[in-house]
Design a protein around this ligand. Structure first.
Ligand code: MLT
Length: 399
């Protein structure tokens, strides 16, 4: 579907000449109708006997828009329940690509008498294909649709992204691994995967991914997990060690949250509920990258901000809850003897300092260690060449 573009008119602006906050609601609504007009038709709800009633709205206003500006709208279905669904929408300025606002809408479908009814199929088909990031396969497991990038044939490698990012962080390593079957999902609640309101835990994420491997008929796999992806890798090891043939742990830790860390998660959950995902972007972005990265790759900061801000609130709150409650994985480390393991860390990681990465490597019998120069918490994005090389060499050593 071609992008939906709407112009800002003077009557939608406030006394300062900026697009008024209330007008955003109406533009987001117009974009949704435009999407239906181009897809199943404006009468789709009448035909289906199911009308979406808005139950909740959350908007982040990010930049101003002025009369004459063209706004480009993207929309994605982030959760589909039986009678309710959640949509993310974003509006960017066509002239410079700046994110002007992003929003999350929760709808319940009702009939003429106001009773809840099933979400029409036409919603799935049309909303999931309306311009949010690169297309990916969509695979349903454990009642949620996961967006998954699949590439290549050969022994399988499963990439697990960090919080609150998405599968696209693995593009460079994945592209460099010819001869491997690369599987890069968005975790539930992040990227383009469904984001249910409740039900997040390390055990649920691991269960989703093991079910995904079943669906793809992959028996054994190498796990590559960054930060929260590493926490999930530990849980997959607890649940199905026999299916893991190698392990790459990147910028992650085995310990559970300390009391202080748990209080920090609570505070973050409260501010995300109050301010939206911009709160987590503001808190995390300054710590995510090595000091030299923004100057070397100015587009990366804006891209990360967009990915974090586009993450549904339910997914961010769910992940924070799951991380807060995750078990201590340190007892697992000594038991990993015999499992080929590579531990990787960014030289300038402010979240997991290199000393902690070294300690993790030393606690796993036989683990290799690699510290990536000039990288902070996300080496695959900051030093894609070096990081891809390190992963490739390790995978080659597995034979
Ligand atoms: C991540 O990158 O996944 C997070 O930093 C993990 C965490 O907050 O513990």
């Amino acid at each position: 579907m071609a992008p939906i573009e709407l112009m800002v008119y003077p009557d939608e602006c406030d006394a300062y000449g900026h697009l008024n906050q209330a007008s955003f609601l109406s533009l987001f609504e117009r974009a949704r109708w435009e999407m239906l007009a181009r897809g199943p038709g404006l009468d789709v709800f009448t035909r289906e006997g199911a009308w979406p009633a808005l139950r909740r709205t959350l908007i982040d206003y990010r930049a101003s828009a002025l009369p004459g500006d063209i706004l480009v709208f993207a929309q994605a279905l982030t959760h589909r329940g039986r009678t309710s669904f959640t949509m993310r929408q974003s509006a960017t300025r066509k002239a410079d690509g700046a994110l002007v606002a992003s929003a999350e809408f929760v709808f319940v479908c009702i009939d003429r008498e106001g009773r809840p009814v099933e979400v029409p199929q036409a919603i799935d088909r049309n909303v999931s294909d309306s311009g949010f990031r690169a297309p990916a396969d969509r695979i349903s497991v454990n009642g949620v649709g996961l967006a998954v990038e699949l590439e290549g044939d050969g022994p399988a490698v499963l990439f697990l992204h960090g919080f609150p990012l998405d599968r696209t962080m693995w593009r460079a390593p994945a592209e460099s691994l010819a001869g491997w079957r690369r599987i890069a999902p968005d975790l539930r609640g992040m990227g383009k995967s469904d984001a249910p309101d409740l039900g997040y835990s390390m055990s649920t994420y691991a269960g989703d991914l093991l079910a995904l491997l079943d669906r793809l008929e992959v028996e054994r796999v190498v796990l590559v997990g960054l930060s929260m992806g590493g926490y999930i890798a530990f849980e997959m090891l607890r649940q199905a060690r026999h299916r893991i043939r190698g392990l790459v742990l990147m910028d992650t830790r085995a310990e559970a949250d300390s009391e202080e860390g748990r209080r920090g998660r609570e505070a973050m959950i409260a501010s995300v509920r109050e301010r939206g995902t911009v709160a987590v972007a503001d808190a995390m972005l300054p710590k995510l990258l090595a000091p030299g990265t923004p100057a070397r790759d100015p587009g990366l900061v804006a891209n990360l901000r967009r990915i974090v801000s586009d993450t549904p609130v339910s997914g961010v709150v769910g992940a924070l809850t799951a991380m807060r409650d995750r078990p201590d994985s340190t007892p697992l480390l000594a038991t990993l003897a015999g499992l080929p393991t590579l531990v990787v860390g960014g030289e300038d990681d402010a979240i997991i300092p290199p000393a902690a990465t070294r300690d993790l490597a030393h606690a796993i019998p036989g683990a290799e260690l690699s510290i990536v120069p000039g990288a902070g918490h996300v080496p695959p994005l900051e030093q894609p060449g070096i990081t891809s090389g390190v992963i490739r060499e390790f995978l080659q050593s597995l034979g």
